[in-house]
Ligand binder design. Structure first.
Ligand SMILES: NC(=O)c1ccc[n+]([C@@H]2O[C@H](COP(=O)([O-])OP(=O)(O)OC[C@H]3O[C@@H](n4cnc5c(N)ncnc54)[C@H](OP(=O)(O)O)[C@@H]3O)[C@@H](O)[C@H]2O)c1
Length: 424
């Protein structure tokens, strides 16, 4: 059986892992590797492959049947993927941003050109999550997908809790140990989880969700005090991606939440990912494992490549495994229309009237208080107030928050976080 020629765009963390796994595969030949800086020393034997700094060399080679995109980013890479698909290449990508932002266009183009685009590594790293949703659970109507989809933020939150350290210290530690990138914005501000949740929602609900409509909140304002008080209230704080079918529409968001300590997701530690999928026939399924890293991610990429290569050898190959997604974009329903219980931390003057003012703001906006506590008084006379509400309309809480912020007794709003809601 002749070997299938593949090309790899990108030889960084993931690309190097992919090349390691493919080097000695009897079914495949890595004909090309494209990088940005060709002179950079590489930690891998490149004697059996051609190396270029022009990805078009790979895309224009008629012998290459499968293109592996592990470069990342969207601008030039999106253009390159379009050209490759038009040239009839099958694509395997780990690029969540690309699929979340341009999935509809990519899959339509792939269909027109009779090629397959696979993206198992784009969500959940080494966890076989996309194939589980697309194939293993296809007999189900999926009502909810919720999970810890970003190892960096989970590492930081776990470190803050375990060692009672602040956010900056935990971030620096994550960077030192290689769990966070030098520029951590995409992870800590929730973009990465928003991309992944958008992809999961599109697969689960069969409609491309507009990534711009997905509500996003990062973790950089969370303090070690929030983590310890949440614990006193019986919760752990986790960065969660949530996609849920609701009567009003699709609820898709990426933000930190307080999870009851006994919830299975609350016990997921460190850089791991975990995803809960609720299906009409199967019930609840939870997948846990390494959501990033060189070899786990390469495992998912190479799994896709082998699936494709096996199918290409079939006499009647037809593009397969393509997601059955309606390419019309749907917007996630506005966060203002949803309901949550809230955790709020703010600083107020340590004077009479604070609690009365708070009560008035909540009463005006129909928010009901669950618990309240006050922590310490600083030298300049500020007290930290922390509270939990009962489930309430998001718009009502937002109104109360604006009123609290404008009250003369309030010094500063610290953070407002939502409490994880179990499905009805
Ligand atoms: N790292 C993970 O754990 C992980 C997990 C899941 C998904 N992913 C996704 O996998 C992709 C790659 O991530 P990574 O961590 O491996 O990135 P990385 O370490 O930064 O590597 C990127 C590689 O792509 C090359 N490159 C960038 N732009 C290029 C271009 N226009 N033409 C040719 N080569 C180009 C770079 O070349 P030089 O080496 O010459 O600079 C580098 O080798 C991203 O989409 C990421 O989101 C990563």
């Amino acid at each position: 059986m002749s070997k299938i020629a593949v090309g790899i765009i990108g030889l960084g963390t993931v690309g190097t892992g992919v090349l390691k796994l493919l080097m000695d595969d009897p079914r495949l030949r890595v004909k090309w590797v494209a990088v940005r800086e060709i002179k950079r020393p590489r930690d891998i034997d490149l004697s059996r492959t051609r190396v270029t700094d022009n990805p078009l060399d790979v895309v224009n080679d008629p012998e290459v049947e499968i293109l592996i995109e592990v470069a990342g980013g969207v601008g030039p890479i999106f253009e390159l993927m379009r050209t490759a698909i038009e040239r009839g290449k099958h694509i395997v990508t780990a690029n969540k941003e690309l699929i979340a932002k341009h999935g509809a266009e990519i899959f339509q183009l792939a269909q027109r050109n009779n090629v397959t685009v696979l993206f198992e590594a784009a969500v959940g790293g080494g966890i076989p999550l996309i194939s589980t949703l697309q194939r293993g659970l296809q007999a189900n109507r999926i009502s909810r997908v919720a999970g810890i989809l970003n190892g960096t933020t989970n590492y930081i939150l776990t470190a803050m809790e375990d060692r009672r350290i602040g956010f900056e210290e935990a971030l620096a530690e994550a960077q030192r140990l290689g769990f966070a990138e030098a520029n951590p914005r995409d992870d800590i501000e929730g973009f990465d989880v928003a991309y992944k949740t958008t992809i999961l929602a599109s697969l689960a609900f069969g409609r491309f969700v507009d990534v711009e409509s997905v509500y996003r909140q990062g973790i950089s304002d969370i303090t070690d005090l929030d983590i310890s008080i949440a614990k006193e209230f019986g919760y752990r704080i986790k960065m969660i991606g949530l996609a849920e079918r609701r009567p009003e529409g699709l609820d898709v968001r990426a933000h930190p939440m307080l999870l009851p300590v006994h919830h299975l997701l609350a016990s997921v530690e460190g850089a791991n990912n975990a995803i809960f999928i609720s299906g009409s026939a199967v019930g609840d399924v939870m997948l846990v494992g390494p959501g990033a890293g060189q070899m786990p991610t390469a495992s998912a990429v190479v799994g896709d490549v082998i699936n494709l290569a096996s199918a290409l050898h079939l006499p009647d190959f037809a593009p397969y495994f393509q997601p059955a997604i309606d390419c019309e974009h749907s917007r996630a329903c506005p966060i203002e229309d949803s309901e949550s219980a809230f955790y709020l931390r703010f600083e107020a003057s340590d004077t009479p009237g604070v609690i009365g003012n708070l009560g008035r703001a909540f009463e005006t906006h129909n928010v009901s208080l669950h618990s309240l506590l006050q922590r310490g008084v600083t030298r300049d006379g500020a007290a930290t107030i922390v509270l939990l509400t009962h489930p309430t309309r998001e718009a009502g809480f937002a109104g109360a928050l604006r009123e609290i912020e404008s009250q003369p007794t309030t010094r500063r709003i610290g953070i407002a976080l939502r409490v994880f809601r179990q499905p009805a």
